[in-house]
Design a protein around this ligand. Structure first.
Ligand code: F6P
Length: 559
């Protein structure tokens, strides 16, 4: 943690911040039950809708005055100005001196966007056309492996933003996918992932997408080399590479040096951050699976959310509302975590995807001016799909000691209608947010126990355990169906939420220096693991661990 509290920021010294601190007082001891009881319009007042996504945020510890102050805070942080700067391609990623233009990837391609005298849109259009041509060719069988076999398996080799988005989409959009194509994702340095895929993949019909903006990420290059060696060995030479290897990168030279022909390279630009890149050719695995028309529906959904974000007043703006509720809890209720609970197993990878979007963007303790923040920033993002998570993490949500907030997401219509399953799923979905908000009362528990014939002593003993305090805040996001358009809108909603929070916290949400140190040390560590002698260059703990590991490896006969 950066040293906190030495510098008093403009943010925490602002009168609106101080007013929000005072707004905590009315909520002390106040239960949301009474907020609902005294305001019959609460649901209408605290709900909003855009791009097919309905947001109910009435089950929060808020009232009209609090929301007004939160919107004032957003306005004073100049969310609208920063938003305009981002969409216009100004260099708001100051530590890397880059524009932040993932929104250009889903912009209408005939609308120019000039950055440094250069219209970026023809480049975007050309890569989209390349994606269409390639995905059509794979899907209709005209692109084949080196021996003429139709492609059956696609392996995305990439990590972080070059993995989490496409991997999440693979599951989310599977009902729209061509089942003849199997997608695999290889990310970690551990050999188990690539080894597992190579053990099963038929080389003649397998395509490798080497997805790395920099084409220098250690894990990706390690896995790509292993895959390349495997293919060369299986096929008997390097000629097969042009049929089986593609690169998605902003570093064409490195990709061609690696052995991937220039015409197999899909361009990326430095103005696309890794965690915001699924809209680019980083999404190629999704385009291959669902086809380019569907992929463009995904882009259209994100574009619709971009338009909503840019045009809706702050008070009706979905990303702004979600962002400011987060600020309310993180900075005023001292919340440390926020859960994402989709009631859809197709969204099971959505929390993991949002972890990078949120925590890599805003997990920072230094503001844009290099000052340590005197306020908290990104929460821990966690979560799992319902109803499974009701049987694992929900005990803590309902009765744990931490202040936790959560987003609940569900579609009204399932992709796979099976009897009453979806209705049961939705009943659970609704019941949980109601229970989290309402809780129960001592009278409820007592009546329940008595109706079960419990004695006075048993009732007294069990009562504290069966009491749910409730008053736990949730947002509910409803949509008709998890189609590509809705998925696009949903992802963009969270991207912009994170952006708004970054603006309020005065941090650069678009760099990620925090991941560098560990990477650099890992390079050095490799040398230490190779050395025969005992480690002595590190702290006592790390030296001790290196030596113990070497000993374990020696025992197993591994060098
Ligand atoms: O984890 C750091 C990071 O730079 C992420 O931001 C990025 O998504 C990931 O590594 C992968 O980077 P690349 O696409 O350059 O391989």
């Amino acid at each position: 943690m950066a040293k906190r509290g030495l510098h008093l920021s403009k943010l925490t010294q602002s009168s609106v911040w101080k007013s929000l601190q005072k707004r905590l007082q009315p909520f002390d001891g106040l239960h949301m039950r009474s907020l609902f009881a005294t305001d019959p319009d609460r649901f209408e007042r605290f709900s909003a809708e855009a791009c097919g996504i309905f947001l109910d945020y009435s089950k929060n510890l808020i009232d009209g005055e609090t929301m007004d102050l939160l919107f004032t805070l957003a306005a004073q942080a100049d969310v609208e100005g920063w938003r305009a700067s981002m969409f216009a391609g100004e260099r708001i990623n100051t530590t890397e001196n880059r524009p932040v233009l993932h929104t250009a990837l889903r912009r209408e391609t005939d609308k120019p966007l000039v950055i440094d005298d250069d219209d970026v849109m023809p480049g975007v259009a050309s890569v989209l056309a390349q994606m269409r041509e390639f995905s059509d060719a794979v899907r209709d069988g005209s692109w084949t492996g080196a021996t003429g076999k139709r492609i059956t398996d696609v392996v995305n080799v990439g990590i972080g933003g070059s993995n989490l988005g496409p991997r999440m989409l693979d599951k989310a959009l599977r009902p729209y996918a061509d089942t003849a194509l199997r997608l695999h994702f290889v990310s970690s340095a551990g050999g188990g992932m690539i080894g597992g895929v190579l053990a099963e993949a038929p080389w003649e019909s397998t395509l490798f997408l080497i997805s790395s903006k920099t084409f220098t990420t250690e894990e990706t290059i390690l896995n790509a080399r292993t895959a390349r060696d495997w293919l060369v060995q299986q096929s008997g030479g390097e000629d097969a590479l042009s049929h089986h290897f593609l690169a998605i990168t902003a570093n064409k030279t490195k990709a061609t040096d690696f052995g991937i022909p220039a015409e197999n390279v899909f361009e990326l630009w430095d103005w696309v951050g890794g965690r915001y890149s699924l809209w680019s050719s980083v999404g190629l695995s999704a385009a291959l699976a669902i086809g380019m028309d569907r992929f463009e529906e995904l882009l259209a959904g994100a574009r619709a959310m971009d338009e909503h974000f840019q045009s809706a007043p702050l008070q009706e703006n979905l990303p702004v509302i979600l962002a400011m509720l987060g600020v309310w809890y993180i900075n005023f209720f001292n919340a440390k975590a926020h859960a994402i609970i989709p009631y859809d197993h197709r969204l099971s990878r959505f929390p993991a995807y949002l972890q990078q979007v949120d925590m890599e963007s805003n997990g920072k303790a230094v503001d844009r001016d290099g000052q340590a923040t005197d306020y908290d920033t990104a929460p821990v993002i966690w979560g799992k799909p319902g109803t499974d998570c009701q049987h694992s993490i929900f005990q803590k949500l309902h009765q744990g000691t931490d202040f936790l907030s959560a987003d609940f997401l569900a579609a009204a219509e399932p992709h796979t209608p099976v009897g009453d399953h979806h209705k049961v799923l939705l009943a659970n979905f609704l019941a949980q947010t109601e229970a989290l908000m309402m809780g129960n009362t001592e009278d409820d528990v007592r009546a329940d126990l008595e109706s079960r014939g419990a004695s006075v002593e048993e009732t007294a003993a069990l009562l504290p355990h069966k009491l749910f305090l409730g008053n736990r805040p949730t947002n509910t996001l409803l949509f008709k169906r998890l189609d590509p358009f809705t998925m696009g809108a949903l992802i963009a909603l969270y991207e912009h939420k994170v952006f708004v929070q970054g603006v309020v916290w005065n941090i650069n949400s678009f760099d990620q220096w925090g991941v560098e140190l560990g990477k650099n040390l890992a390079d050095k560590m490799l040398g230490d693991l190779d050395n025969d002698g005992p480690a002595h260059l590190h702290d006592a703990s790390t030296n001790g661990l290196i030596n113990r590991l070497k000993e374990f490896r020696r025992c197993r006969g591994i060098r």
